[in-house]
Design a protein around this ligand. Structure first.
Ligand SMILES: [Zn+2]
Length: 180
């Protein structure tokens, strides 16, 4: 079964504390893609999730911008995306770090016959790449794909750099409409 991972499509990364015009531009295409998706796929969405101690964490020391505080507006998935995920009965995994470990991914999918993994969302250069590489480690013998048209990076340059790095690590980087 094909598994779709919708990474961190949360308000804070779109038009909140860490929002960008590029992230805002993918909300509609991501929503449309999910609305058109066949019900038979496994769909998992992730949420970046932080607590009151964020600024004391290692991430907080590198990036002292409070974001994705649990239960805040910024932590919520963008409404149109959340609605589309809901219609697909998508599972949601909260994560305190950029990437979910390969073991945790495998455990989350232990009852699924995974034949292909597709990732997209935010941000290309942090959480999408972290989870794409984790998936490559969890499932070395199956295709791992990233839909670049449904991703946005911290900057357009770091988005492109991350796509190149993922290509070098044998992640299939493509546009969603090319994956037939
Ligand atoms: Zn974070």
């Amino acid at each position: 079964m094909k598994v779709f991972c919708v990474i961190d499509m949360q308000n804070d990364f779109i038009d909140g504390a860490l929002g960008t015009p590029e992230a805002q531009a993918i909300v509609e295409p991501v929503t449309k893609f999910l609305r058109d998706l066949d019900y038979e796929y496994e769909v998992i969405a992730t949420r970046d999730t932080h607590y009151n101690d964020y600024l004391e964490t290692n991430e907080g020391k590198h990036l002292p911008v409070v974001h994705c505080q649990i239960d805040s507006h910024g932590w919520q998935i963008a409404p149109s995306v959340a609605e589309a995920l809901d219609a697909l009965d998508a599972r949601i995994i909260d994560k305190p770090n950029f990437g979910i470990s390969p073991d945790r991914w495998a455990l989350s999918l232990e009852n699924v016959d995974v034949t292909e993994v597709v990732l997209f969302g935010l941000c290309t250069d942090i959480c999408v790449i972290s989870n794409a590489l984790a998936m490559k480690t969890a499932y070395p013998e199956i295709p791992v794909k990233v839909y670049s048209d449904l991703c946005a990076g911290v900057t357009p340059e770091s988005h492109e750099a991350a796509l190149l790095t993922m290509k070098m690590c044998q992640v299939d980087v493509m546009n969603s409409w090319e994956d037939k």
